[in-house]
Unconditional design. Structure first.
Length: 234
């Protein structure tokens, strides 16, 4: 217990913003699952869902509110939802976002997270409109329940994967494999959340490349040292 407490204290001191955010996500999840009734919880998550109807009526509220919840479970260990929790909350926020905070600061780390969340969400909107116009998506997509941190988590995972040196390409392949293998490819287009995750991954890869380029530019250029003079010994 002492080792766990010491490790937790070190984590909080080195990544305080991520620790606070993870605590907030756990709190909202427990509030919905342990305090509210099923109907009340459904109204809450539907109210922060980034579907077409909500984005049209209250875009700022749903774009911000969606980042306060994660769509998953902490108890059903054998379910796909628990695997999603491990990837988004576990690897995405608690591990990767904390690492980016320690390495680049909280402002940059959360700028990447928010960029992935906002850009991937908004870029899927015209795709959904086109798909609805052609009958590729059902009309229920307009008011579907769609909330959570997965786009932001995918973006920071992609950024973190690109910043790795030795395992960059296997890690990047794993980041892409998650939405590809878990998506619905039965129609003419994959489901819009799969498209959103792939867009978030692309955004993260671009951000990782930009961070690497900036680091290389800022690296000091080695100054050649003059050769030692030869001294003749009589």
């Amino acid at each position: 217990m002492r080792r766990v407490a010491r490790a937790l204290g070190t984590y909080v001191s080195r990544s305080p913003v991520t620790a606070g955010y993870a605590g907030l996500l756990l709190s909202t999840h427990l509030w919905c699952t342990a305090v509210l009734s099923t109907a009340e919880a459904q109204r809450v998550v539907l109210g922060v869902s980034t579907n077409l109807d909500n984005l049209q009526d209250r875009p700022v509220r749903v774009l911000a509110g969606s980042m306060l919840f994660f769509d998953g479970t902490l108890t059903d260990f054998a379910s796909d939802a628990f695997a999603g929790t491990l990837i988004t909350l576990g690897l995405g926020v608690i591990v990767c976002l904390a690492w980016l905070e320690r390495r680049y600061g909280a402002a940059r780390a959360y700028g990447l997270f928010v960029l992935g969340h906002l850009a991937a969400t908004l870029l899927t909107v015209p795709l959904i409109h086109v798909a609805l116009a052609h009958g590729w998506y059902p009309d229920s997509v307009r008011h579907a329940t769609d909330f959570g941190i997965s786009y932001g988590a995918e973006a920071v995972l992609a950024t973190g994967a690109f910043l790795l040196r030795r395992a960059r390409w296997p890690a990047a392949a794993g980041v892409v494999a998650w939405p590809v293998l878990g998506g619905d490819w039965s129609g003419k287009l994959p489901d819009f959340t799969t498209v959103g995750h792939l867009l978030a991954a692309a955004i993260g890869f671009v951000c990782g490349a930009c961070l690497l380029r900036a680091a290389r530019r800022a690296a000091p250029v080695p100054v050649p040292q003059p050769a030692p003079a030869l001294v003749e010994v009589e």
